[in-house]
Design a protein around this ligand. Structure first.
Ligand code: ZN
Length: 339
């Protein structure tokens, strides 16, 4: 299954509809600005404000855990988990972020950890919040190699990058302006092992899961897996470009790596218990859809079941907005599998 071009505008619409509503907070902070002094310097400070830091995960690996909410004017589009791995020949970045400005800020933070050059980037999938910052890294290190799945390269060649630029621009009220499409230039597939210095990067792709473009990156010597959006922590997925069955199968496969550390696309890094927790959520949705189908109920009836069975996840970001549509989607998958 290939991502149809016409699915991107619907993602845009959906994403905008389900974006967290910052209007209340904005109203409060505007009300606080009673004295219009030093507006310029306040604005300048806000522009440069990037309070995120890299957390060390392994001996040679770090992750910056971005905010879990969708891109908005306050986070300026930053919402993912950029990773860095130190190798004997330089640094490798996984998913540098969502805009050129985010990439520049991430680069500044990287320099506080190591002066080594950046020699490679891996992009986990085609969603722009993970890779539009490639531009900033490429500008600073023109020889950097950028790895992504062949399907990602194909979708970008068909215009997916431009669609994501528009989406990011709309969602951040223009905070992403200046960002251009810098796509991966090295295609990888499942079970490729790319040796950079003494470090092995093994890429895992199991067909359509979160999207048709996913790679999960196992850094063998660090016993760490970057999962992309195939696994999220404390956040429910937007499944519009993927499916439940493929996601469940992919997650079961990646657990076989028995890695020590798993880095989700969004949310805190942890061990396999975090991965299993997310897997359980997907399985509960799919199971409810199967039950509804067997009981001759409608796709809209899945929600009544999942509201009962997924209460442990009710505090996860996006739960209230997405539970209904996820049940309906899983029901369609069950129906398709039957015929
Ligand atoms: Zn994604």
């Amino acid at each position: 299954m290939t991502l149809q071009n016409n699915t991107l505008p619907s993602i845009l619409l959906l994403a905008m509809l389900t974006a967290c509503s910052p209007s209340d907070e904005t109203a409060t902070s505007n009300a606080d600005k009673t004295t219009p002094v030093n507006n310029d310097s306040v604005a300048a400070e806000q522009t440069d404000h990037f309070p995120y830091v890299f957390d060390q995960i392994g001996e040679n690996s770090w992750v910056m855990h971005g905010p879990r909410e969708l891109p908005n004017p306050e986070n300026k589009g930053f919402m993912n988990n950029p990773g860095i791995i130190k190798t004997s020949v330089g640094l490798v970045i996984i998913d540098p972020g969502s805009t050129v400005h985010v990439g520049e800020n991430v680069l500044k933070k990287i320099k506080s950890i190591s002066d080594l050059p950046i020699v490679a980037i891996f992009n986990t999938h085609v969603h722009g919040d993970h890779w539009l910052a490639n531009q900033a890294i490429k500008a600073a290190y023109p020889n950097v190699k950028i790895y992504g799945h062949q399907n990602m390269l194909d979708e970008i060649a068909e215009g997916a990058g431009e669609e994501w630029l528009t989406l990011m621009d709309n969602m951040t009220d223009g905070a992403s302006k200046g960002t251009t499409v810098v796509a991966p230039d090295n295609a990888v597939n499942s079970d490729d092992v790319i040796k950079i210095g003494e470090t092995q990067f093994k890429t895992h792709h199991y067909g359509v899961a979160h999207t048709n473009t996913d790679i999960m990156i196992e850094v063998v010597e660090e016993s760490i897996v970057f999962l992309g959006d195939n696994v999220l922590a404390k956040r429910v997925p937007r499944m519009t470009d993927g499916n439940f069955q493929g996601s469940i199968a992919s997650i079961n496969s990646i657990l076989e790596t028995n890695a020590k550390h798993y880095v989700p696309g969004h949310g805190p890094t942890s061990d396999s218990s975090m991965v299993k927790d997310y897997l359980n959520y997907l399985a509960l949705i799919y199971k409810a859809a199967q039950q509804a189908f067997e009981d001759d109920l409608d796709s809209s009836d899945v929600l009544a079941i999942t509201k009962q069975t997924t209460t442990a996840y009710k505090d996860w970001y996006g739960y209230d907005d997405l539970l209904g549509s996820q049940g309906a989607q899983a029901y369609n998958e069950v129906e398709e599998a039957e015929f």
